[in-house]
Design a protein around this ligand. Structure first.
Ligand code: PLP
Length: 448
């Protein structure tokens, strides 16, 4: 027996002993060893295969082991694994140029980071320097990352563990039209954006507010889509008071909603766009802060007070270039829209058969299925949970789906359906079939 062999059991044991897992009490972690993945699927050492209906952390937009991204990383590794951010490097320059071409409006220069949180950190600091103001308006149903500053922006209860931290952060409600936070009918002053923001500014003093930060489409905290006109009215209020508008499209960007960026759906351009995840399908850690022409001009004559050892890591940038080119060559946006429509139709059919389905929200392959115990009152199937983690019967639905080969996740009472953008029609149909079976567990709980 080769005692050095990394069997599934040995991986599991070493993981349990030595790896600290995110957002968990370590004693209750029992992470399954994963042997491989390809396209929209991954599998364990026992041969169980799972359709990755989460794209892992909604980052593997081109699925597992896309050959062009893998090849680009290998080529870059052969050419140059690393050179400091103070040098000009081919993949870094090429990716920044590509991003300037793809992002809307006059978004232009990019600062590369190692992920979404670091990009948000830099955006907020830069907005404070550009405006000379300190307050930031952010929303409750939001996740902006786990570093100190990004956690302070974050509204989701994971922030509580990092408090006190939110100095200068002012909270705004979300345009959650299915459950208006103040109980208004739709449309209401909160969900229409501008009036709500303007009232907050009146009390805060707009001359002290540097930026408004929001997820164009709320991801982790429930797949909340802004109603028509929302983003535009926020944009107008920001312009009126000289406030920098930051869209966090870490999850919603790079094709997820069927457009390059979610803000394209509403034709509203932020001053700063934050992206990560789908930017390079997560093959190497990468995030980006993209700033508009005005801030680019400002940066030409003012110092940028930010830096990272791995800002613009060549391996990450090479994977980004390859990922974008693959998206273009393989018509990924068209597939996202087509598969999204197929998924939406499938979910509509399920709504006729499952009383627990309260609301279906989605564009492209960025769907949320909100489960309720009563469609009339819209009472959530499980109450809002301070940990953000799903409770029974949501957990039972997720576990039953996994048993049938469908990997998905839930936040409170919302199932997140975010498969890779390379998914096929048969795979969508398979997922809808599994959902049809497992939603009976939610229906039973709803009917009680
Ligand atoms: N912003 C949004 C909208 C996210 O969904 C996430 C991660 O899920 C982040 C920021 C944080 O990104 P990272 O984990 O790469 O720091």
């Amino acid at each position: 027996v080769d005692t050095n062999e990394w069997t599934a059991d040995r991986i599991r044991a070493a993981d349990r002993e030595y790896v600290i897992h995110s957002w968990s009490t370590q004693g209750s972690v029992n992470a399954a060893p994963i042997a491989g993945g390809e396209g929209s699927w991954f599998w364990d050492y026992d041969g169980n295969r799972y359709l990755d209906f989460q794209s892992q952390l909604v980052n593997m937009n081109l699925g597992h082991q896309h050959p062009r991204i893998v090849e680009a990383i290998k080529e870059q590794a052969d050419r140059m694994c690393y050179i400091g951010p103070n040098y000009a490097e081919r993949s870094r320059a090429e990716l920044a140029e590509l991003i300037a071409g793809l992002t809307p409006g006059d978004l232009k220069m990019t600062f590369f980071t190692t992920g979404g949180a670091a990009a948000n950190e830099n955006a907020v600091r830069l907005a404070r320097h550009v405006t000379g103001r300190h307050k930031i308006v952010a929303r409750y149903r939001s996740y902006h990352g786990a570093t100190a500053g990004a956690m302070a922006l974050t509204g989701d209860p994971r922030r509580w563990a990092a408090e006190p931290s939110s100095f200068g952060v002012v909270r705004m409600f979300d345009p959650y039209t299915y459950r208006c936070p103040v109980g208004h009918p739709d449309p209401c002053p909160v969900c229409s954006g501008g009036p709500h923001l303007e009232e907050i500014l009146q009390y805060e003093n707009p001359d002290t507010v540097a930026a408004v930060v929001l997820e164009t489409v709320t991801g982790t905290n429930g797949l909340i889509y802004p109603p028509e006109g929302y983003l535009r009215s926020i944009r107008e209020v920001c312009d009126k008071y000289g406030i920098i508008l930051i869209f966090d499209e870490v999850m919603a960007g790079f094709g997820r909603t069927g457009e390059w960026f979610a803000c394209n759906h509403w034709d509203v351009t932020p001053d700063i766009l934050i992206t990560a995840k789908g930017l390079n399908s997560g093959y190497v850690p990468l995030g980006a802060m993209v700033v508009n022409q005005r801030i680019s001009d400002w940066l030409m004559v003012n110092k940028f007070w930010g830096g990272l050892t791995y800002a613009g890591h060549p391996l990450a940038c090479a994977s980004g270039v390859a990922s974008i080119k693959a998206m273009q060559d393989e018509n990924i946006l068209a597939n996202t829209r087509e598969m999204g429509e197929r998924l939406g139709l499938g979910l509509d059919r399920l709504a006729d058969r499952h009383v627990s389905i309260g609301d279906i929200r989605g564009r492209g392959l960025f769907y949320g299925l909100e489960l309720v115990s009563d469609r009339g009152t819209r009472e959530p199937l499980v109450p809002f949970n301070a940990t953000g983690a799903a409770a029974a019967p949501m957990t039972a639905v997720v576990a039953a789906a996994k048993k049938q080969g469908l990997y998905l996740s839930a936040n409170n009472n919302v199932l997140r359906l975010t498969p890779p953008l390379v998914i096929t029609g048969e795979e969508i149909d398979f997922a809808v079939d599994v959902l049809d079976k497992v939603l009976t567990l939610a229906d039973e709980a709803a009917e009680q």
